[in-house]
Design a protein around this ligand. Structure first.
Ligand SMILES: [Zn+2]
Ligand SMILES: [Zn+2]
Length: 105
């Protein structure tokens, strides 16, 4: 097996990394890390666009989001400069984002 690599972009965090050509041929090497892979696969439906989304109550675990820290089901997300940081019961930011509604509308 040859160790030829190419530069590819992570399908989740969009950072570039080197993946083995052989892996790419098999449909692997799509993510920069196991973490990104796990998160992306948990989210599923990444190609589905415009599908109706259920509104979330901000408390119960989300089926398609996982904690950025530990990978557990996320219950809350925080908007940051680099995107949304998801957190589980233990790791989500408890700082109130807004006083009213609208964040998840
Ligand atoms: Zn990544
Ligand atoms: Zn966590």
């Amino acid at each position: 097996m040859r160790g030829e690599t190419i530069e590819v972009r992570c399908e989740r965090c969009k950072s570039t990394f080197r993946a083995r050509v052989a892996d790419r041929a098999r449909g692997w090497g799509r993510f920069c890390s196991k973490r990104c892979k796990a998160i992306k696969q948990t989210q599923r439906g990444g190609t589905v666009k415009g599908s109706p989304r259920k509104r979330h109550d901000g408390r119960s675990p989300m089926a398609h989001k996982v904690c950025d820290t530990c990978g557990a089901p996320a219950i809350n997300g925080v908007y940051t400069a680099s995107g949304i940081e998801w957190g589980c019961e233990l790791h989500h930011d408890t700082t109130p984002i807004t006083a009213g509604h609208g964040q998840w509308e």
